[in-house]
Design a protein. Structure first.
Length: 113
């Protein structure tokens, strides 16, 4: 069974950067679209970024120009480089296989001075 494990979250000051990682077990990673989503306290889960098997990317409006999604199909990894972080980016970030019910357990990002 495919499992997704996120890592890289933590506490960062406004204006800082973090790099999130998602490790996927199982086969077929290279052919599926993947995404990062986030959920802030008392808010609905929202799209952060997606990446197709051909590495076509899409971003939520609030992160465009600051976040970059990428993937390594050889090592079954997906990444989210987050720059210019702001307090409103505080959330639990989840890794997801698009068009499935597969989600990781999340990694918490807190942006605060």
């Amino acid at each position: 069974q495919v499992q997704l494990v996120e890592s890289g979250g933590g506490l960062v000051q406004p204006g800082g950067s973090l790099r999130l990682s998602c490790a996927a077990s199982g086969s077929g990673f290279a052919i599926v679209a993947m995404g990062w989503y986030r959920q802030a306290p008392e808010k609905q889960r929202e799209l952060v970024a997606t990446i197709t098997s051909q590495r076509t990317t899409a971003y939520g409006d609030s992160v465009k120009g600051r976040f970059t999604i990428s993937r390594d199909n050889v090592n079954n990894m997906m990444y989210l480089q987050m720059n210019s972080l702001q307090p409103e980016d505080t959330a639990v970030y989840y890794c997801h296989v698009e068009r499935t019910t597969l989600w990781g357990k999340g990694t918490r990002v807190t942006v605060s001075s």
